[in-house]
Design a binder for this molecule. Sequence first.
Ligand SMILES: [Zn+2]
Length: 503
Amino acid sequence: MLSNYLFRVSIFVFIPFVFEIAIRLWQGTLSLNFGTIAFAIALVNIIPFWTFPKLKKIWIWFYFLLFYIPTLIEVCHIFLFVGDIGLFALKAVFETNVSEAQEFIITLLNPKFMGFFLPTCSIFILALIFALRDDSEKHNSKWWQKLFIVAYVIGLGSSCFVHDKYKPVAVRIAKAFSYYLDEKKFIIESISSRKNFSYGDIQDTLQTNEPKTYVVVIGESANRDHLSLYGYKRNTSPYLNQIKNELAVFKNVTSAHCQTLEVLKEALTFGDFSQGDVISFFKASGFKTFWLSNQFNGGRWDNTIAIVGQSADVSKFINQNDTQATHGQCFDKLLLEPFQKALNDKAKKKIIFVHLLGSHSVYKNRYPDNFEIFKDKSSKNLRIISEYDNSIAYTDWILFQLIQKLKSQNNISFLLYVSDHGEDVRDIPGCTFFHSPDVATPPMFEVPFIVWLSPKYRLMNQQFIKTWNMNKPYKTDKLIHSVIQLARLKSKKAKRKESIFEN
Ligand SMILES: [Zn+2]
């Protein structure tokens, strides 16, 4: 029979395990593997209490630091952000500013979180107190029991070598931390190596004292054949349709790749970083640059975007977490407020980049309930297509909001919207959903390319606009040249023949 002593320490050891399992069950990400490995690790941690009961207090504090505190932090993180602690959480902790920290504290103080945190914390503390109680009946272990400490060392040691997602939480956090430091070093080096980049003479051909505000919106996974503006059967772009006369809709634009990073590292640079990029070019042209993003910032896969984005005069990354981005709900409308702030900025020449989360899978997490417009769910395929179309309709509304805000400034302005790449939403029979270079299909590359021009811009550029060819075949790997031409800037670096606006 279990002695009182072992009963108490077992409860203590199993509390973090129970909470990890419960929060993942609630989140819907619990796997059998995770449950089994976490259970095995908890079991292994009883060994030292059993083999060396005299050292109970040392074991308690050891376990407390290695499992209690990290697990408590992690379950709170999962509760708040629907994802494990990783690079993104660490970035949020170490790179936050005062106002963001204040906002975060306000989030923490909300009743829902407190309703979770206070009972959880109390249970953790009670189990600790319970375990720390003096035990008159602590047993003396036999010599053969002491040998089990070898099993403990092997068990705990080997738990560090299982797949990352099954590692004990303290090990996962430590790993994410070293990854974070690496990443930070890489980005700082990349940014500073580009500081003195020179573009020579840049000429602004629109000589005027009027303020200029240019906007480039980078969409995500938008397949143009799912926009009614491009002839799609469902009315997925009612807002853009409404202002059709103010738009230039280019019909023959494709992305050179079907993955975000691959596309943007060419589209935002003159080929690659060593050649210069869109932010440093506009800075050199005397523009104040803004980068507003609802995409995740960090991770090797989006280094380029992080480097370009962070080098803007003002950069704001709304999304805190990759899991939150893909499975949680971080809607693009959160970009509207920072966008308005950027518009209100006093600088006379501004360029604002807006990076949407758009139609990034999981589609149903990309729009709020009131955008559940298409509801055909009679089969799995139709349900996914409906969800995708709803995300397109939501992006249509976002674009309309951005245009209205920009319009009310009455500046010399354009808004260029282009998606990073397309998406195959079972447009090709038998094909899988999403976008992947391994099973590439045309819809993964066919992107919307839409330009809105302000009346003042139109008036000053009548000749230029007249020559545009809406059917010109164009690949977005040369996008930077188009943005520069649209901004009416001239430089040796920018090649007109690479621009979509050059006929
Ligand atoms: Zn993408």
